[in-house]
Design a protein. Structure first.
Length: 115
């Protein structure tokens, strides 16, 4: 199995766990838009956590890390308003911190991104 395929499988597995936690923390109710909400929460959390860790570890300056997250979310067709809705929720910082912890901290997350 290639490292790219393996990394994708890891990310997909993480998205499932992250989504369940995100829905619990953000208190989203079940409904017709639930799948889109799950996807948006997961993508925004991952992008924001990656940018945070890239900046915190001084792998990238904050502006470049944020621009990278912006491009990622644009490519995934996550609207700026959806991103704002997720990141402005009172429990978002806890969700992002938990995701980073699940990845083994910022150093481990950045190391995985570099693979």
């Amino acid at each position: 199995m290639s490292s790219r395929t393996h990394a994708r499988q890891i990310r997909l597995g993480l998205v499932g766990g992250l989504t369940a936690l995100g829905l619990t923390l953000l208190g989203l109710a079940a409904g017709p838009a639930l799948a889109q909400d799950e996807r948006t929460i997961a993508l925004v959390t991952i992008a924001e956590a990656n940018a945070h860790c890239l900046s915190t570890t001084k792998t990238m300056n904050q502006a470049k890390a944020t621009a990278l997250a912006d491009r990622f979310l644009e490519a995934k067709q996550v609207a700026a308003s959806s991103r704002q809705a997720v990141t402005s929720h009172r429990d978002f910082q806890a969700l992002k911190a938990d995701y980073i912890k699940q990845q083994g901290g910022c150093d481990a997350l950045v190391k995985a991104l570099k693979k």
